[in-house]
Design a protein around this ligand. Structure first.
Ligand SMILES: Cc1cc2nc3c(=O)[nH]c(=O)nc-3n(C[C@H](O)[C@H](O)[C@H](O)COP(=O)(O)OP(=O)(O)OC[C@H]3O[C@@H](n4cnc5c(N)ncnc54)[C@H](O)[C@@H]3O)c2cc1C
Length: 397
């Protein structure tokens, strides 16, 4: 939509969308509020990109996060910045962003065709020639911009069609994987914790003795595994390792306390309640759903009097709180993934224009490319920046 509305100068622009309305995925973004960019320094934009940040150089410098803010504010959408630099419409409605883009498209005479699916793109003599629509009709074009998104949330229309167009054009497509995605876990005590949200915990993911990921944050248990901001970030950082084999993870439930401080705290509880049963002493330390699970995993007899808990038992308990074990078996898949990692290889795309280096007049923008970023508005910023670059290049043709 952004590319279409900015490409119109002196040429006929047709926006083809297979859904019955524009921006179905955009509507869902930011839990319906659309976290459209991040107010961070431009350097941090690059740091938020996990794969191929260098490819984003021209894109981010030509149409920066500030440019995105200015564009939408000038289009009549007042914006606000929240925790972590996340930018949203003041109204908290993603529909405002879609409406602003649609209005710009109409103002710039973009012909919007809904419920039209592109089946393939035709190339001749190293140039684009036509798009073939579902049903057999063809449209001639000297410029074709592929903005088909990735494979995540396929119900929104992003079903990976652009990868096939790229392969037909002779492009390489890097293996696609769900990213920013909930993780599946093995232990049968995890579903019992479904709905429990933990703030300020530390998640470490290991491969043998090597720590692959270790960060603080917020996470949640689900019926099939774990999710929440910390887990989504972990999924993006772990990438392909998630499809290789099981990974052992540990949650430090009390990361603000050192091992010694935690031991002191537990000792104090046990001493202050020495005649109470162990199971009646520890609830003060944990959310109620977690207590029975912790109790089971501790191996300490629940009815044991607090004063009888031995030193090794207490040490083991401290260790359990600092290393609550979770085995990650994989991801929740594309249906639940915020983005797709992988896509059209950026080596074959001109980073200054988004034009294919193989086929003249063919452009790729947004998530279809092999670039993925963290949560916080960075994926949409990449989509806006690449859309702008393509539009700028097309306008100069
Ligand atoms: C639940 C959820 C929340 C998110 N929240 C945020 C957020 O707050 N901030 C952020 O930065 N990112 C967020 N993202 C990621 C962000 O939405 C995407 O990175 C971004 O939408 C990618 O834009 P795109 O234009 O490349 O592709 P898409 O938004 O996927 O759009 C592709 C469009 O192409 C259409 N299409 C596909 N194939 C064809 C075809 N053959 N013919 C015709 N039309 C076709 C599709 O129907 C679709 O409308 C979120 C993603 C999800 C799933």
């Amino acid at each position: 939509m952004l590319c279409a509305c900015l490409s119109g100068k002196g040429r006929k622009v047709i926006l083809i969308e297979k859904n019955e309305k524009l921006g179905k995925k955009l509507f869902l973004t930011g839990k319906g509020r659309c976290n459209l960019t991040n107010s961070c320094d431009i350097q941090e934009l690059f740091q938020a990109v996990i794969h191929n940040p260098r490819f984003c150089y021209s894109a981010f410098y030509t149409f920066s996060n500030q440019d995105a803010v200015d564009f939408f504010e000038n289009a009549g959408v007042p914006l606000k910045t929240e925790r972590g630099g996340r930018v949203f419409p003041v109204s908290d409605h993603s529909s405002e962003i879609i409406r602003a883009l649609e209005k710009k498209c109409r103002a710039n005479h973009v012909e919007i065709r809904l419920q039209e699916k592109v089946d393939s793109i035709r190339y001749a003599d190293g140039k684009v020639s036509k798009v073939k629509l579902h049903g057999g009709r063809e449209l001639e074009a000297d410029v074709i911009v592929v903005a088909t998104g990735g494979l995540s949330y396929p119900q929104t229309g992003s079903t990976g069609d652009g990868y096939a167009f790229a392969v037909d054009a002779g492009h390489t497509v890097a293996r696609c994987m769900p990213s920013l995605v909930p993780l599946r876990t093995k232990e049968d005590y995890i579903p019992r914790l479904a709905g429990l949200s933990l703030r300020n915990v530390e998640l470490s993911v290991m491969q043998g003795k090597k720590t692959l990921f270790c960060e603080f944050g917020e996470m949640m248990f689900t019926h099939t595994g774990i999710t929440g901001p910390l887990v989504l970030t972990a999924s993006a950082v772990l990438g392909e390792r998630l499809s290789e084999k099981e990974l052992l993870a540990y949650i430090n439930l009390k990361p603000a306390l050192s091992e010694e401080q935690l031991d002191d705290r537990i000792l104090r509880e046990l001493e202050a309640n020495s005649n109470k049963q162990f199971k009646n002493v520890i609830p003060v330390l944990f959310p109620s759903t977690l207590t029975p699970v912790i109790l089971e995993l501790s191996g300490i007899m629940p009815d044991k009097a607090a004063r009888e808990v031995s030193h090794p038992e207490r040490k083991g308990f401290v260790d359990l709180i600092r290393h609550f074990p979770v085995t990650i078996t994989g991801t929740a898949g594309f249906r639940e993934a915020i983005i797709t990692k992988g896509g059209v290889s950026v080596k074959e795309i001109d980073p200054g224009t988004m034009e294919s280096k193989k086929i003249k007049g063919l452009y790729f923008i947004g998530e279809v490319l092999d670039v993925d970023a963290l949560t916080g508005g960075f994926n949409l910023q990449f989509a806006w920046s690449t859309a702008y670059l393509a539009a700028q290049a097309i306008s100069k043709l």
